[in-house]
Write a protein of this length. Structure first.
Length: 372
């Protein structure tokens, strides 16, 4: 039997990028042979094994043919006669269909190295259409490699468009679309994921709450990537131009985790206030702290503040004044958190009056900061 390194590891090595996961293909083996060599079988739908020492994935070379709807409707042949070339043919992009042998030679029947050189994301064969998730994968790779100058080959974009217009993207699970979307948000050009999906007419089933073409959203996401923002901040920026209801509807559609959805909702609720130079008096600042629960969720509040700074910057709000406002917010929150609750309670206030007294003390603390 022969073993080859395949997929992302070979691609990334050729691109001079760090390699994280290594996937292997085994030609000329049977499950029995693999088990006899100490591998453990993990694949349910197709024969994939874990190496006894490295725990890396070794898959028997296979062909696949779609026989029904959905994720699992594949007929798979992983017999020892399946060749490396056949296995590479079923893969999505030529740059992902290059193999490397144990001796280090490159096997590249579909010219992935040419496409790396000329920076094309190109499908390997018509088998591309058998997995509708690939529309989203290609958009993700476009977001990842845009800064290197990669583009989608016109014939691949055509194929993506016809897959989208056939309506089959709606049969994907929300979980799978969400995984591609969240990974794309963390790429170096996240805005490209959305422009590719718009261009591929792949918008309607999964992104209908979001405007298809939105220069501001692109700008937000570009800045978020430059500032190395976290996933939740990028989700918040994606949603912050929507109404809170629409933001929540989209989060439900994609099954965005609750904490990220809650942050996206807050981002959208308050973001229009940052389109111009925000003017905070003590009262509006206290309301902002209360509504964002900055008392208990301070880290989330500061994450949101960074999100709103991007919104403000993108609307050309004066940077110097913005910095001063953000500085005041930091100081005001610190001061308002320091009020002496024990002293308030020791005055003997009861029931709802306690809450009022705390609010009053916090307001005074903020006024002191803003007055200075
Ligand atoms: N829908 C899919 C998923 C995977 N693959 C193939 O399986 C390989 C491994 O898939 P995966 O680990 O998902 O992607 P990587 O290419 O390794 O990319 P990443 O760096 O994002 O993990 C890909 O390179 C590609 O050859 C495919 O053809 N179609």
């Amino acid at each position: 039997m022969q073993v080859y390194l395949v997929g992302g590891a070979v691609r990334d090595e050729l691109l001079g990028r760090p390699v994280s996961d290594r996937d292997w293909v085994v030609v000329g083996a049977t499950p029995q042979k693999m088990l006899a060599q100490g591998f453990t079988q993990v694949g349910k739908d197709f024969p994939v094994f874990l190496h006894p020492k490295t725990r890396e994935e070794y898959a028997l070379a296979r062909t696949e043919r779609k026989a029904g709807k959905g994720y699992t409707g594949f007929v798979c042949d992983a017999s020892p006669e399946v060749t490396l070339e056949q296995d590479l043919l079923r893969r999505d992009l030529t740059i992902n269909a290059i193999a490397k042998s144990a001796s280090g030679s490159i096997i590249d029947p579909y010219h992935g190295q040419d496409d790396i050189r000329h920076k094309w994301l190109r499908h390997v064969s018509d088998a591309f259409i058998e997995d509708p998730l690939r529309v989203f994968r290609v958009a993700r790779f476009a977001a990842r490699f845009a800064h290197l100058g990669f583009n989608i080959a016109p014939e691949t974009l055509n194929l993506m468009q016809s897959m989208a217009s056939s309506g089959e993207l709606k049969d994907l699970s929300a979980e799978r679309v969400w995984q591609e979307t969240r990974r794309s948000l963390m790429e170096s050009s996240p805005q490209v994921y959305f422009s590719v999906l718009a261009e591929a007419n792949a918008w309607q089933n999964w992104f209908s709450e979001l405007p298809q073409h939105d220069g501001l959203r692109s700008q937000y996401l570009k800045l978020a990537a430059e500032q190395q923002m976290c996933e939740e901040q990028r989700i918040a920026l994606l949603c912050c131009n929507l109404s809170p209801d629409k933001a929540m509807a989209w989060c439900r559609r994609l099954k965005v985790p609750n904490s990220a959805a809650a942050m996206a909702k807050l981002a959208s609720r308050f973001s229009s206030g940052w389109h111009t130079l925000p003017s905070f008096n003590a009262k509006t600042m206290l309301t902002l702290f209360n509504d964002c629960d900055a008392w208990r969720k301070e880290a989330r509040f500061f994450s949101l503040l960074a999100v709103w700074q991007i919104v403000a910057e993108s609307h050309n709000v004066d940077g110097h004044t913005l910095k001063a406002i953000v500085g005041n917010i930091h100081k005001a929150l610190t001061a308002a958190k320091k009020i002496d609750i024990a002293a308030i309670l020791s005055t003997g206030v009861q029931g709802p009056a306690i809450k009022q007294a705390i609010e009053h003390a916090r307001l005074e603390a903020i006024e002191n900061i803003l007055g200075n």
